[in-house]
Design a protein around this ligand. Structure first.
Ligand SMILES: Nc1ncnc2c1ncn2[C@@H]1O[C@H](COP(=O)(O)OP(=O)(O)OP(=O)(O)O)[C@@H](O)[C@H]1O
Ligand SMILES: [Mg+2]
Length: 224
């Protein structure tokens, strides 16, 4: 039964402004996770509701897929298997979490998304880019990021930072320098192809400088 309150509530929901979807991309150690938490705090201070996500994962099914992808027991994984597991985790995350949150006015910040697949599996592992484009399209549907921040850092600087970070390396951390160079170059190509969606951040700079730069980008784009 609908009463007056239910109708009012559903009208309010229909009129809710859609949230913004921001993704954080870049090679390993480029500072994505560091900046994601800083920017989440900034947005919360501005009164926004914020959801922080990481890929692969973010759902129960996605976290199970994440464990398969990262396990050092799975060194035999083919690159095609890896590609489809990433896409599967993403498809679940979009439908179960990201779309409903955006519809509810929540700002969604995601540590890696579809561009990671193009950069790592496409440019890094050299799987056909058109194929990856189609798979990404199946996984995300119309849910493309409104803004993608690309943290651009030399492979050398990134590996120095990672050496200082204490966590144990997983299967995906054991890649060669050449692989990381191809991946970084792939990100550059993506940013060139979609200049309206991407903002390239000079990730050599200090944590505070970068955060300031991102806040400026957000103010420019959305007036917050
Ligand atoms: N601007 C910066 N200057 C110096 N060090 C930084 C900067 N940003 C992050 N770091 C440090 O570099 C390391 C890597 O940063 P972070 O974990 O945020 O990178 P990431 O892109 O999330 O890496 P991964 O892809 O492996 O998750 C961390 O130890 C972090 O404290
Ligand atoms: Mg990280």
């Amino acid at each position: 039964m609908y009463n007056e309150d239910h109708i009012q509530e559903s009208v309010r929901n229909d009129m809710k402004t859609r949230g913004s979807f921001i993704t954080f991309e870049g090679i390993d150690g480029s500072g994505k996770s560091t900046q994601l938490s800083g920017i989440a705090n900034y947005l919360e201070k501005q009164g926004k509701e914020v959801l922080k996500l990481r890929e692969p994962g973010g759902t129960s099914i996605g976290e199970q897929i994440r464990a398969i992808l990262l396990s050092r027991g799975n060194m035999a994984m083919s690159i095609e298997t890896e590609l489809m597991l990433f896409a599967a985790a993403r498809a679940q995350l979009v439908r179960e979490v990201i779309e409903p949150a955006l519809a509810n006015g929540v700002w969604v910040l995601c540590d890696r998304f579809m561009d990671s697949t193009t950069a790592y599996q496409g440019y890094g592992r050299q799987i056909d880019l058109q194929l990856i484009g189609r798979l990404n399209a199946i996984a995300v549907g119309r849910c493309k990021p409104d803004l993608t921040l690309l943290f651009d850092l030399s492979v050398e600087a990134a590996s120095t930072r990672l050496a200082a970070r204490s966590d144990k390396s997983d299967r995906l951390d054991l890649e060669s320098k050449a692989f990381a160079e191809r991946t970084r170059n792939g990100y550059h190509e993506l940013a060139k192809a979609e200049p309206n969606r991407f903002r390239v951040i000079d990730a050599e700079r200090s944590v505070e400088d970068i955060e300031q730069q991102i806040e400026n980008i957000l103010r420019e784009g959305t007036g917050i």
